[in-house]
Ligand binder design. Sequence first.
Ligand code: PEP
Ligand code: MG
Length: 928
Amino acid sequence: MTGAPRTTNTPNPPKLVYAFAEGNKDLKDLLGGKGANLAEMTNLGLPVPPGFTITTEACRAFLEAGREPAGLRAEVDAHLADLEREMGRTLGQPDDPLLVSVRSGAAFSMPGMMDTVLNIGLSDASVAGLAAQAGDERFAWDSYRRLIQMFGKTVLHVDGELFEERLEAAKRAKGAASDLDLDTADLRTLVAVYKDLVAKEAGEDFPQDPRVQLDLAVRAVFSSWHGDRARLYRRQERIPDDLGTAVNIVAMVFGNLGPDSGTGVAFTRDPATGKQGVYGDYLANAQGEDVVAGIRNTVPLAELERLDKASYDHLLRIMATLEAHYRDLCDIEFTIERGTLWMLQTRVGKRTAEAAFRIAAQLVDQGLIGEDEALRRVTGAQLAQLMFPRFADDTGEAAESAAAEAPVRRIAQGIAASPGAAVGRAVFDQETAVRWAERGDRVILVRRETNPDDLAGMVAAEGILTSRGGKTSHAAVVARGMGKTCVCGAEALTVDPVQRRFTAPGGVEVAEGDLISVDGTSGHVYLGEAPVVPSPVVDYFEGHRSAADDEPDGLVGAVHRMMAHADRSRRLLVRANADTAEDAARARRFGAQGIGLLRTEHMFLGERRKYVERLVLADSDDGRAAALESLLPLQRRDFAGILAAMDGLPVTIRLLDPPLHEFLPDLTELSVRVALAEARGDDRAEDRTLLAAVRRLHEQNPMLGLRGVRLGLVIPGLFAMQIRAVAEAAAERLREGGMPHPEIMVPLVGGVQELEIIRDEAQQVFAAVAAETGLDAALLSFPVGTMIELPRAALTAGQIAEAAEFFSFGTNDLTQTTWGFSRDDVEASFFTAYLAAGIFGVSPFETLDRDGVGRLVALAAEEGRAARPGLGLGVCGEHGGDPESVRFFHETGLDYVSCSPFRLPVARLEAGRAAVMGDAARGGGDTR
Ligand code: PEP
Ligand code: MG
């Protein structure tokens, strides 16, 4: 993400306000997404209500200084005067008021997270003028009460519930079911009630001066950038906190002027599946906020054809224009005012992972974009989502859950708003969702509809289920943005948030805590834990399904094409972290070009612990040698299996790393066992000896203690045994006609001297095995390298490279030792607090900390290569499979990333994207 331009000390003050005609779609950082796209549509000649945009730069200046920057008022004056001239009336003019909306719009879409105020310009003086002009008194008073309500809540910070209560009371008094049943007199009374409420709660009157309304609304929108909801959303979406929002001031058009008016949202393709067609929702006689909030039920957009054919045809033409212009799926908000269509917003639309891949492939086929651009438009995170299991196609009435004994029943069908298979306990409010998730429960947030206040609960939940609202309701839009499973508009459900329960047809009652399953791909809702099946994309990577068999426009075919292009484009190789022959075989199917990390400690577990015990307890050289001797053939067999599975490809074998006590019994348990045995009088000598050894090896900070290369240096023969097992396994493979390429990797080196000793030992072992087997010494001489896991190793990389043929960055330990974060403790103990405080937006164990750990990586890479040209460079920490980090490793010029087999496709895709992004940044390729 690029930051917005900063304020600099330029002699000419920056321009703070842009008329729509002055902007364009590429000015998002300055005008926000909404403003930039309104400008683009204006310049395309599409029907956009006139208006102007106050820049994000003005917002940043306001937030910094706490007041409007110098010059802003004069610029707003000038643009408002232009707008008034164009519209032929002035803001709030009593006999014919110009009304405007004041809308937030940041560079990155943050749906519903910041504030908007409509109908600015209405007052006691102008309400009658609006009534006369519209020929509709009720409409004018309804608009006025909406203004006071929105302004009161957003600008004057009056609790929104208090307005709702008064509205409900007015309806009750009238016996009215909906706001539409309130007449002019009721609304007049409500306006008076609202004004009293504002005076009482805010300590000031609702302002009657339209310009004061406008200025205060602009300030409120600026300030909403720092609202709690907006901050939380940004942290989730990794949007920088210092960008600020633009503010759009737009002449009002009304969708609530009668049955020939209305408002809607539309997509040029289905954002859930990517299919081309007419998708969207329409609500007659309503204002825009009513649709997104999901408060009233909408009709499908196709229905508009029947209601107003001319507007429908016009809209379709505009959609075609927009899609061809943006060369992507666009989402659109529009209003029809008495038969005239107005475009209120467009943007390149959010979409599901499945739709992203399909659309990218379709647009290539349609010749709208090239393959590089298609690759840029899909992400590793989306691919990862497609690799999750799904619910079995049709669980049906009587299916048995695989995981639980209880039968699973389908209880409702809603709208498939955001795909995925989510299982969890039903919760009915965001506080419970957060609390339960923190204690480790999977939860599904069930609401009638969501609003921005539910955000923390949506983040905490596995999935979201609502009984109202369509594909464009708040729940749907936000869930899709987060990649979270969502079914909305399950109208057969009656949700009672107060009693914390919902009922489904047939008298099914679901209470808080009951397990439910939500299928965001089909819209099905199940009682119980529904069984899941593997994803077709994983089947494809496994080789069980071929792209050629896929249906036209199918998902697997689209994934295949993106992967093929990524593989053609990427410079980074991908290797796997794998410890068994089975993992190695799967890794190869998933595209591994070798093994970047084989953790040999995994070969010392189970049955083999006893040999490690013997090694630790040995009190003589002979005893130690015997213990090592018994481990040798086992290790040799392990290595031979893996070298066979990865024949022809490099296999980086890491010598034993963890502290030895990890292989011994737990100190407390053993102490208790010995104490009990002593009390019974049948204590065993070996247990006592073992206890003494466990005590001797006990460390306060084992991750900083006797582990890694230190073990190899203090336990004679341990590393030599492992190296011999590798060399003998390789010799065996060579005799069988294989092509083994093992590499010996030494962990936790901090100084070159440590590595030199092990390297010399390795070379002696290689020579000895060559002599014993009669094989050519050159064939049995393998690269010896080191992990870079300690800041000192990174800082002395130039020296270490003298003794190392390759570096592999162990970014797990490097993050631990750079930050001083115990990797086994901190994520559970205080990372939640750190994330909440915004100290980082994502755990540095998940995404590489470029500024700190990344600098060490870059420095070591540069100084290592300077000392030894051709030094191999890879990474094998968890970051090797993280999309954002892969991009960094590409930029830093590493040779490969290594990650768990399941993450290999993501690493391949991201490595390809990093390569084509680099090309775009250098001016090659097309951009959005
Ligand atoms: C690392 O530290 O990044 C690494 C790969 O080693 P381990 O996770 O086994 O300590
Ligand atoms: Mg490590």
